[in-house]
Design a binder for this molecule. Structure first.
Ligand code: MRU
Length: 343
């Protein structure tokens, strides 16, 4: 039974965010009514996933406008506060794109701003459903009808990571709905465990068979022939197809290339950044080293160790078999590059 989960919801005077740091053990909703609260929620991954932070940022313009009315900010202060929201995380292009889209309605007032933010949210849900169907069609055609698919995924790309439904997880949900899914290998996704905590939670809610595995198990699972396809999401896709996604993704792509199975990126076109020619131009968020030096607040590495904690990596476009968007499927490795012709 499909429960329509909304990670980001407008609630009259602010946002109601499912606190993703508390899942899967506690389902807590965090109310956010000011810019500081929103920036903090985005940075702490209360709300996370490229399209979800895009939706939150879109509504963030309304939050800034309402706070301006309460606190008497002038126009330049409003824009400075909105810029803080826009910059809260650097890698996912959806945040900046959504904020800019809604900011363009600033002078039309809060009703217009809210309507634009709602459109961002609605269009993302629609895009996810469309790309889920395109991805399932493409995979089933490529795979043939012999048996249901075993799909590996990384991080969380479901309803929690989007305005609703999901990207890579949307493809997986669609395969499940068509009874063409055998099982999902959900990488735990170190260091913050978006796979073990969030993807597994969403799959369990849907009654979808799955294994959680250590990130380090992924390559071996692929090379042993236990996976038919890897489907992942994206935070930013450069014009040449280079794809930034959760750290660990590029290793999966390399293993898929070696094993000769498809490595599929599923993302709405709002994640494609044609202004960035290639992956070198994508800013990779470096997070607090404590996330890799500690476990649940307890130090695990020796006192003198430093932590290296990039939140994302970039998979070269040449390793991407196909890019699934709401407009259809581009077979990237088949030579439809350079230049994603999406404009
Ligand atoms: O740090 P996170 O949890 O925001 O990272 C999320 C991812 O890397 C997702 O794969 C990506 O944003 C796509 S979500 C549909």
């Amino acid at each position: 039974m499909t429960r329509e989960l909304r990670a980001v919801e407008w609630a009259g005077d602010g946002l109601a965010l499912i606190d993703q740091t508390a899942l899967p053990h506690r389902e807590v909703v965090l109310r956010v009514t000011d810019v500081d609260g929103l920036v903090d929620a985005v940075r702490r991954l209360v709300v996370r996933g490229a399209p979800a932070i895009g939706a939150a940022g879109a509504y963030g313009v309304a939050i800034a406008l309402l706070q301006a009315e309460r606190e008497g900010w002038d126009g330049s202060r409003i824009r400075a506060e909105v810029a803080r929201i826009r910059a809260a995380r650097p890698t996912a292009v959806n945040l900046a794109v959504s904020v800019d889209r809604v900011l363009a309605r600033l002078d039309d007032g809060v009703t217009a701003v809210l309507a634009e933010a709602a459109a961002v949210q609605r269009e993302d849900v629609e895009a996810n459903h469309a790309l889920g169907a395109h991805g399932a069609d493409w995979l089933l055609k490529r795979q043939g009808e012999d048996r249901p698919l075993r799909v590996l995924t990384h991080c969380n790309t479901g309803a929690l990571a989007t305005a609703g439904w999901g990207t890579a997880l949307g493809v997986i949900r669609e395969l499940h709905a068509r009874e063409r899914l055998e099982t999902v290998y959900a990488d735990e996704t170190r260091p913050l465990l978006q796979g073990a905590r969030l993807t597994a939670w969403e799959l369990a809610q849907e009654g979808i068979a799955h294994y959680v595995q250590a990130d380090g198990a992924a390559a071996g699972t692929i090379l042993r022939g236990e996976v038919d396809v890897a489907v992942v999401g994206a935070d930013r896709i450069a014009a040449n197809g280079d794809t930034a996604n959760k750290v660990g993704t590029v290793g999966i792509a390399l293993a898929c290339a070696y094993a000769g199975i498809p490595f599929v990126v599923a993302a709405p076109t709002t994640t494609v950044d044609l202004a960035t020619p290639h992956g070198d131009g994508i800013t990779i968020e470096l997070r607090d080293e404590a996330e890799v030096l500690e476990w649940a607040g307890v130090r695990t590495a020796p006192a003198g160790s430093r932590g290296h904690n990039p939140a994302f990596d970039v998979t070269p476009g040449g390793l991407v078999t196909a890019l699934v968007t709401e407009r259809g499927v581009l077979e990237v490795s088949a030579g439809e590059l350079p230049g994603l012709h999406l404009a």
